[in-house]
Design a binder for this molecule. Sequence first.
Ligand SMILES: *Cc1c(COP(=O)(O)O)cnc(C)c1O
Length: 386
Amino acid sequence: MSSDLASRVLSVLRACHQGREQVSLHEPCFGGRENDYLRECIDSGWVSSVGTFVDRFEQMLADYTGVRRAIAVVNGTAALHCCLRLIGVRQDDEVLVPALTFVATANAVAYCGAVPHFIDSSDATLGLDPGKLGDHLKEIATVTADGCRNNRTGRRISAVIPMHTFGHPVDMDPLVDVCKRYRLELVEDAAESLGSFYKDRHTGSWGRVSALSFNGNKILTTGGGGAILTNDTALADRAKHLTTTARTQHPWEISHDAVGFNYRLPNLNAALGCAQMEQLPGFVANKRSLAERYRQAFQGMAGIRLFTEPAFAKSNYWLNVLLLEKENAFERDRILELTRTSGMMTRPAWNLMPTLPMYKECPRMDLSTAESIASRLINIPSSAFL
Ligand SMILES: *Cc1c(COP(=O)(O)O)cnc(C)c1O
């Protein structure tokens, strides 16, 4: 029976997308005022690094996510990099990062001259497991006057970056607890979770600073783009300053008071962002109803199921996830091959960070759950218009 699991998955996907020959994994939807706003930008001449759409987009993001301030930047990776600089991640620090994430989370740590330290995932959320993290720190770390120290490497552990995997929130309450106990800064990688809530609060509002992404495949897109979220207004001012080349205020003199970044989001991209933000509640609703259709369609199928949001969360279901049972993991590649060659775009999870050549030598804990999840996970088509 199990030998035809791949064809059964394919026929369920086909049934869910009747009348569509080719279904891609994730496509943007431009069904709102995108053209009007872009034209307004071009007609006004304000297409680049200054303009009213940037301010408007930042305000819309802050209002939607419930944080005090949002700072728009060129992409999510730049947002993460800047977040780590803002909280003072130093050369040779360690930063706790999930092993199961997109490479940008670990890269942002490396850009600071710091070392990612890889953490296992939870079966319930797909994100990092706060319980296992607490146990790990108990074994390897001591809290000193300078913060948390890794007894094995001698390095300071300065921060932890939970990532809300495919839109499903990490269990934040126990993680906040671990951060307090070990004096760790909390930075959320909320690149995939715009529209997702943990309990009553939006993801990205728990960390001291957080990063969003508006890349072409995310729930909403600005072409390329990202944002930093924070409730700390002084840090927000610092973020704006650092991402706009740290230029000092003066009517005509051109001067800079730090090594800043040219990370600001152009007005043209922000215009697209404003039009997309107006549609975000609709995108989330459509994605949640697609997830429910998938859940029902796969309900009766042995060996595989749709991953659904944890009880404490309301997820945006950015990319829907099929999880094979452990004993069916060997069928993953055949399912990927059959669906992809039949026009139903699917893909596996990212290779775990410590398998990548540049992160092979980095510290890590036992990663058995992340390894298991990665071997059994398949993303299926999830565009908001489906
Ligand atoms: C998309 C993504 C990013 C980075 O976003 P870009 O805008 O592509 O730089 C970071 N982390 C995660 C988990 C992502 O999915």
